[in-house]
Design a protein around this ligand. Sequence first.
Ligand code: KIV
Length: 288
Amino acid sequence: MSSHPEGTKKLLVADLWKMKAESKKISMITAYSYPQGLIVDEAGIDIILVGDSLGMVELGYEDTVPVTMEEMVMHTKAVMRAVKRAHVVGDLPFMSYNISTEQAVTNAGIIYKEGGADSVKLEGGQEMADKAEAIHRAGIPIFGHIGLTPQTAAMLGGFKVQGKSTDAAKKAIDDALALQDAGAFALILEAIPQQLAQIITEKLSIPTIGIGGGVYCDGQVLVLHDMLGLFKRFTPKFVKVYGDMYTQQLNAVKEFIDDVHEERFPAGEHSFNMKEDAVNELKKELGD
Ligand code: KIV
């Protein structure tokens, strides 16, 4: 429990590789703001993802498709101001890398240079390997994401488990190997059977981070709002919910409203005082 024993030394890609080599599980979580960055970093998380899931859980979009580069840069900067130890990954939003390798490198450069992230992430397998390779060659650490890829969920038949048939599983393995060959330093495996995640994890030398990928992955990631019980629209099967922060925050605001209505707030300790003499003099001058 609690903060990491290694203190505030920044975690590098090499540290994450070492964790896989030493069979130490890697913890990863999303964060989108300065206070969230402070909390998850202080808790001792290894990797923070400024995910494009912010579109849904922070900005109220229906899905991640509308998220823009400007939004990603702004939120990445906010998280970077807070984080001292964790490795921070900035997500490339939909259509910021899909068109060409030039576009991919340009936008990865913006998240990395302007946003200040330690690495960038893109979604997709073999079809995105050329983009991953170009980003890697440009000197930017690149994180892959295969299985259920939310930006292109419409092409996958919706938010469904991927890689269940033999053919689909073989394709997922080829996707993972293609990304590793392209230079990806780690890979998210989202919503795939745990047996498939185990095979991929054993075949790869880079760490696999599961979200609905089962226990055999080298690490686990969850969306912060899902695990805190802050996002009520839906909760995927693979989420473990650790709190009901929505209800806690709702109740706190309700209590404040009641306190204001009932004049319980502000109390003496929340108020400022003038000296009695000064009050009397003021009243005299005002003729009260
Ligand atoms: O954007 C995000 O939060 C993600 C996670 C689902 C891994 O990509």
